[in-house]
Design a protein around this ligand. Structure first.
Ligand code: FMN
Length: 327
């Protein structure tokens, strides 16, 4: 049984990874529909929360039907992070997650996100204070280390467990790898198999198919899988993986007509939540992925991801049905 606070999930849970500009209510609602067991907000800057910035507050919104959802925060200042955790807790998520994994230069070089992997005593102190400050479970998401010369994850896991975190998600890359190369799960497996570790270990990195998901569970014994980029334009990946884990069978590929209907629904939700400009812009990655398997799609794809007119985008989606869809 996977357990964090009041969250109890019997089978190996599938988590939607926190992703900036991506894991907001419109996309989360679709991932939830297709079986995501636990989801997160995108990371929220502690300093912006404290300064009460409207745009940042919107990121805390959680709808009843998406739960359980964790709010993820990041920052380099301990007092600000403690304050931000309290503000996040007031939004009543199921958990507060701390980001010690973001590799982006302006964040990590300041000591926030993955930057914290270079100062473990500070990381431990910050985590301990946040655990004490909020009544909710606190979890952490991080990477293997800053670079391959400092693979600190085994020490980090023990020390963060000792100060009270209730789960640890590990992305199998170092900070210096950003998203390059292949995720290395061997250290994730080592943390999981450390007899001192009692909290759930969530494995993350490069899961993009039902087979890969099963392989990672079988090979490394992790308690849960966290999936990020492979869900773009494919929120139903959760359903495909669940079906495979249960039955050993691969579900038939979703039809083109169904994909168009799903993309339209996704687009309408995106517009509703983000407004026209961001709603269009942030759908582009999804649109590309929804239809990436179509033959000779390049010209239509370019039109779809450069168009700025809502009606025209719906027209192009209908065209996809006419030209590629099942009659
Ligand atoms: C566009 C994008 C935004 C991301 N934003 C966040 C974030 O806000 N917080 C976080 O912890 N990780 C973030 N990540 C990292 C993902 O959560 C995940 O760890 C990473 O993509 C590896 O998993 P994957 O191979 O399944 O995509 C982001 C990744 C991408 C691609």
């Amino acid at each position: 049984m996977f357990k964090i606070g009041k969250i109890e999930i019997p089978d190996t849970p599938l988590l939607l990874a926190p992703m900036e500009n991506m894991t907001e209510p419109s996309f989360r609602s679709l991932c939830k529909y297709y079986g995501a067991d636990l989801m997160y907000t995108e990371f929220v800057a502690s300093e912006a929360l404290i300064r009460n910035i409207d745009k940042t507050f919107k990121k805390l919104k959680i709808f009843a039907e998406e739960r359980p959802v964790g709010i993820q925060i990041y920052g380099h200042n301990i007092d600000s992070m403690v304050e931000a955790a309290k503000i996040a807790a007031e939004a009543k998520p199921e958990l507060v997650d701390i980001n010690y994994g973001c590799p982006v230069k302006k964040i990590a070089k300041r000591g926030a996100g993955a930057g914290m992997l270079q100062d473990i005593p500070k990381m431990v102190e910050m985590t301990s204070k946040i655990v004490k400050a909020v009544d909710l479970p606190v979890t952490v998401k991080t990477r293997l280390g800053w670079d391959y010369d400092s693979l600190v994850i085994e020490e980090v896991a023990e020390r963060l467990q000792d100060v009270g975190i209730q789960a640890l998600a590990i992305h199998g890359r170092t900070r210096n790898q950003f998203y390059k190369g292949k995720a290395d799960w061997t250290l994730i497996g080592k943390v999981k198999n450390n007899p001192r570790i009692k909290i759930p270990i969530i494995g993350n990195g490069d899961i993009d198919s039902p087979q890969k998901a099963k392989q990672m569970i079988d090979q490394y014994g992790v308690d849960a899988l966290m999936i990020g980029r492979a869900t773009f334009g494919k929120p139903y990946l959760f359903k495909e993986i669940k079906h495979f884990l249960k039955t050993g069978e691969i579900l038939p590929e979703m039809s083109v007509n169904e994909k168009v209907e799903l993309a339209k629904l996704h687009f309408s939700k995106s517009l509703e939540w983000k407004g026209d400009k961001r709603g269009i812009f942030e759908m582009r990655q999804h649109f590309s992925n929804y239809f990436k398997s179509l033959y000779d799609f390049k010209k239509t794809r370019i039109r779809l991801v450069t168009c700025t007119d809502i009606t025209e985008i719906y027209n192009i989606l209908e065209e996809i049905k006419t030209n590629w869809g099942e009659k």
